[in-house]
Design a protein around this ligand. Structure first.
Ligand code: FE
Ligand code: FE
Ligand code: ZN
Length: 301
C-alpha cells in the first residue's frame, strides 16, 4: 500500500525547498511540512526560483508528490481576535503573502490554526476568523487553506468539528478550505482516538471526508480531554502505538498526507543537543511495530 508519510522539516534561507526535500529523503519519508521561516516570527526571505526548480526535480526523482507537501503558517498570526486592529490586519496581510509564497513554491496546501479569541468568546472569535478568511481567500487561488483541529487550550477556536464547520459555512469561497486533523489536539480536546471509526464517522457527518486535507500524527503527553497540547513521540503517550497504526492505515485516509510533529529527542548526557526522531518513527510506522529501542538508540547510541 502506498503510505504518504513525512514530518516537519526545516526550511532555511540558503537551501530553501531543496534543503527541506533532502532532509525528507534522509528520514525515508515521501512528503513533508515546513514553515517558510521561523514558526514563531514573520520574518521571511525571498523565494529563490532556481532552488525551487531544483527541489522539484529532486522530488520527482524520489517519488515525492508536491501535492502532498504542506506549509504551516507561523503560529503567532491570529485571525480570531480583532480588538487590536493592527495585529488582526497584519495577520490577514501576512497570510495573503504566505499564500503567494506557497504559489511560488508550487505548494497547494497551507495549514493555519484558526485562532485564539482572547476573551471575546468563541462565537465572536469564529466570526472574526470568517471575516478574515473572506478578505484573504481569492476566488481563483491555487492554494487550499487547511484549518487545523485545536486542543482547546486557552481561548483556541476550532477544537470541535462543529466549530470548524461554522467557519467553513461562513466563508464565501469555502471550496478553498480544507481541514487538518491533529491527533494530539483531538485527543486533548476530548475525542477518543482509540475509537477512530466513530471519530471519522462523526467527521464525515459534520464536515465531510472530502474536506480532509492533512493529518498531523502526534502522541499526547496528557490524558484525553486535558486541553494541554503537549506532543510526544509515537507510542510514548496516551494515544498509544496500536491506535496510530489504525489511524495511519485507515482505508478511508489512504490519499491523505500524514505528518509527524513529534518532539526532538535529547541525549541523556547532554540535554541541550536534540535529534529528530522522524527516521525512527517512520520506520516503526512502516514496520507497524513499536520499538522503544529505536528512540533509545538516538538517546544512547
Ligand atoms: Fe499546527
Ligand atoms: Fe499540528
Ligand atoms: Zn500541537
Amino acid at each position: 500500500m502506498n503510505l504518504i508519510i513525512g514530518s516537519h522539516v526545516s526550511f532555511t534561507k540558503e537551501s530553501q525547498l531543496l534543503g527541506s526535500v533532502k532532509e525528507t529523503i534522509s528520514y525515508g519519508a515521501n512528503t513533508f511540512m515546513f514553515y517558510t521561516g521561523a514558526p514563531q516570527n514573520t520574518k521571511r526571505d525571498n523565494i529563490d526560483p532556481l532552488v525551487t526548480k531544483e527541489a522539484h526535480e529532486v522530488m520527482k526523482q524520489n517519488n515525492i508528490d508536491i501535492k502532498n507537501v504542506v506549509v504551516h503558517a507561523p503560529y503567532i498570526i491570529n485571525l480570531a481576535n480583532s480588538l487590536k486592529p493592527a495585529s488582526y490586519n497584519f495577520s490577514i496581510s501576512f497570510l495573503k503573502q504566505e499564500i503567494k509564497r506557497c504559489e511560488q513554491l508550487g505548494i497547494q496546501k497551507i495549514i493555519i490554526h484558526p485562532g485564539n479569541h482572547v476573551g471575546v468568546g468563541v462565537d465572536k472569535g469564529i466570526q472574526n476568523i470568517i471575516d478574515a478568511l473572506n478578505l484573504i481567500i481569492e476566488k481563483d487561488q491555487s492554494v487550499y487553506i487547511c484549518l487545523e483541529t485545536m486542543s482547546g487550550k486557552g481561548s483556541e477556536c476550532g477544537s470541535s468539528f462543529n466549530e470548524l464547520k461554522k467557519i467553513i459555512d461562513g466563508v464565501e469561497y469555502n471550496d478553498k478550505l480544507l481541514i487538518c486533523l491533529d491527533t494530539c489536539h483531538m485527543h486533548d480536546a476530548g475525542y477518543d482516538m482509540s475509537n477512530f471509526e466513530d471519530v471519522i464517522k462523526e467527521f464525515d457527518k459534520v464536515i465531510g471526508l472530502d474536506k480532509l486535507g492533512c493529518i498531523h500524527i502526534n502522541d499526547s503527553k496528557n490524558v484525553r480531554g486535558s486541553k494541554k497540547d503537549r506532543h510526544t513521540n509515537i507510542g510514548f503517550g496516551y494515544i498509544g502505538f496500536d491506535n496510530f497504526i489504525k489511524i495511519i492505515y485507515h482505508p478511508l485516509l489512504t490519499r491523505i498526507p500524514k505528518i509527524l510533529e513529534t518532539p526532538y529527542i535529547t541525549k541523556e548526557e547532554d540535554d541541550k543537543k536534540t535529534f529528530p526522531p522522524y527516521k525512527w518513527e517512520i520506520k516503526m510506522i512502516k514496520d507497524k511495530k513499536f520499538n522503544k529501542d529505536l528512540i533509545d538508540h538516538i538517546r544512547k547510541p
